[in-house]
Ligand binder design. Sequence first.
Ligand SMILES: O=C(O)CCC(=O)C(=O)O
Ligand SMILES: [Fe+2]
Length: 305
Amino acid sequence: MHDLQITPLGYAMGAEVTGLDLTKPLDDLTRRRVYDAWLKHVVLVFPGNAHLTPEQHIAFSRNFGELDTHESQAPETLLEGNREILVVSNKPRAGRPSQTRNTGRNWHTDLSYSLRPAKAAALLCKEKPAVGGDTMWANLTMAYETLSPKMQAIIADMEAVHDVTLVRGLNQRDPALVADMRRRNPPVVHPMVRVHPETGRKSLLAGERVSHILGLTEDESQALLGFLNQHATSPEFVFRHRWRVGDIVLWDNRCTCHVALPDFDQTQPRHMLRCSMKGEAEGRLAEAGPAATKEQMIQTVASLS
Ligand SMILES: O=C(O)CCC(=O)C(=O)O
Ligand SMILES: [Fe+2]
């Protein structure tokens, strides 16, 4: 019998779940309770899982959805023999610098640069630096709900372009792999307001991998995105996790964004394993080029007069 305990960790979101043995399948009742706690608290921390095997990590993650086999990622970033596990690590691989050593360095929702942003992820900490290497999540439902009704109306029908080339630190990665990532992920359009398929609540889909808002000029787009991103990631909506080896953090990617902080000594290993749960197909390929510039608008006006 499990002695399941759920302890809230933050106001914006976050709860710790103890009393589970994740090396074994969860019974139906326990699974339901954990799933409901997840929908409620959005980010769950499961401590004490340092020795989980990849197969057990995968089996646990399947409680929360079908797993992604990471077609959008370069194969050398996946765990050998397990396409379901992405290795987020600063440890060299096959004698080369790791291609995921700076993964997640700007605010993002996983795979928003694809037609199928992830539903969720379960990230397991295998090794960590003595201090730092924290991750922060922002609650985008709160962000949406605390906008004025007027601003909610303004963004209601807006769509934005998400672009993999805005992943911070791409220029430090292998150019051939970056080119491959670009090929796999041309720019895509997503609505700025998402409706959570399970809770029905609206959230704001912004983040630092958005290049522009469709239909606005470059200046309008940057100003509005700047405001929305700053609002969404303000401290009141953020949960910050200080990792312990063996923590699994499970997050709902349908209503959050996150950032992996480089606040640690990079000579020390930080080694994480991630399973991602597949999201629903949501976006469409971006057709148009970049937003209109002010110069173009002036030209348009000039030609009309
Ligand atoms: O390393 C981390 O803390 C998170 C990196 C990240 O963005 C991810 O795994 O989705
Ligand atoms: Fe991420």
